[in-house]
Design a protein around this ligand. Structure first.
Ligand code: PEP
Ligand code: MN
Length: 345
């Protein structure tokens, strides 16, 4: 259930309610919404008398029982959409965010060129993998800590925040020193120990949908992170596996309005992994924003033909420029705005 506190409730009242919930055997979590503070409480259902006692405590506005298996993630827990801050950037809300960069950090020259191109095109954040979970053990696995150092350098040079994927405790331990947002990839969406570990950090987490995960399983994965105390979760639809072979995955854009209905968390879309084909990235980016996504994560490489991974789905810098202009034209049509980073540094 969710205990919604009065808009003018004070710290003492909130703490007293929290302690009472604990003594009733509830695991609980304070959620600071934009407008209100609510306490998410998970435990056995209460008797009517106990519910009445809680509802009458000072500072309590109402008690909302939640039937869904995901509690903290649910829109019942928080009516207004969450806005997650990554440095100066706000993900969720009115503004659209675009994250761009290569699949993997390959060299200083590659990531510096890509980061500058991302900034010049107006992207708000840089991506780049340093630990790559590849299907083949013989494929490039990422530059690891050196890759993180280079990503940090690119961030300092452009002033843009960064996101990178973590795959285990070791990569998490390293990445949290260098980047602004942690990514949990599709292959690790149900790696529950990793979800708990990122949930114990204070970094925003980009949680990709598993390639065969239902929306409910995906939201339960987000619940794992939030139940550890980290409220800064951003969901990312990146395509699911179907019988179709003309695309790498089937980008499930219906997940966007479904998630918006079920959850207060921001959701962005990855049309690069979602389609596997750079020619499809533009149309699906536009469709994702039209469907209500809060932003996009796009693979872009200075020279896709030479990319060590995912070249076929990577935009060129020119391709990204063109797409950013199209997105800028679309944004006001769907009542959104875009703050383009822009400008040659
Ligand atoms: C990636 O972002 O490079 C990646 C591996 O994505 P996913 O986990 O969605 O396959
Ligand atoms: Mn990739």
């Amino acid at each position: 259930m969710i205990v919604v506190m009065n808009i003018d409730s004070n710290i003492e009242e909130i703490t007293t309610v929290k302690e009472r919930l604990e003594s009733m055997g509830f695991q609980n979590q304070i959620i600071h919404g934009v407008k209100k503070i609510v306490i998410g409480a998970v435990g056995d259902p209460l008797t009517n008398n106990a519910l009445k006692e809680l509802a009458e405590m000072p500072g309590v506005e109402k008690i909302v029982p939640i039937m869904k298996p995901f509690k903290l993630v649910s829109r019942e827990a928080q009516e207004e959409g969450s806005i997650i801050e990554v440095g100066d950037l706000r993900i969720g809300g009115q503004n659209l965010v675009v994250i761009a960069g290569p699949c993997a950090v390959e060299s200083r020259e590659q990531i510096m060129t890509a980061a500058q191109a991302a900034k010049n095109a107006g992207a708000n954040m840089i991506r780049g993998g340093a630990f790559k979970p590849r299907t083949s053990p013989y494929s490039f696995q990422g530059l690891e800590e050196e890759g993180l150092e280079l990503l940090k350098e690119a961030s300092l040079a452009t002033g843009l925040p960064t996101v990178t994927e973590v795959i285990d405790d070791h990569s998490l331990h390293l990445a949290r020193k260098y980047v602004d947002m942690l990514q949990v990839g599709a292959r690790n969406m149900q790696n529950f120990r990793l979800l708990k570990a990122v949930g114990q950090t204070d970094k925003p987490v980009l949680l990709k949908r598993g390639m065969s995960a239902t929306i409910e399983e995906w939201l339960m994965a987000a619940e794992y992170i939030m139940s550890e105390g980290n409220q800064k979760v951003i969901l990312c639809e990146r395509g699911i596996r179907t019988f179709e072979t003309y695309t790498r995955n089937t980008l499930d854009l219906s997940a966007v309005p479904v998630v918006k209905k079920l959850s207060h968390l921001p959701i962005i879309v990855d049309p690069s992994h979602g389609t596997g084909d750079r020619q499809l990235v533009g149309p699906m980016s536009m469709a994702a924003i039209a469907a209500g996504a809060d932003g996009l994560i796009l693979e872009m490489h200075p020279n896709p033909a030479k990319a060590m991974s995912d070249g076929a789905q990577s935009l060129t810098p020119e391709g990204l420029n063109k797409l950013m202009q199209q997105l800028q034209a679309l944004a006001p049509v769907v009542q959104r705005s875009m703050s383009m980073s822009g400008g040659v540094n």
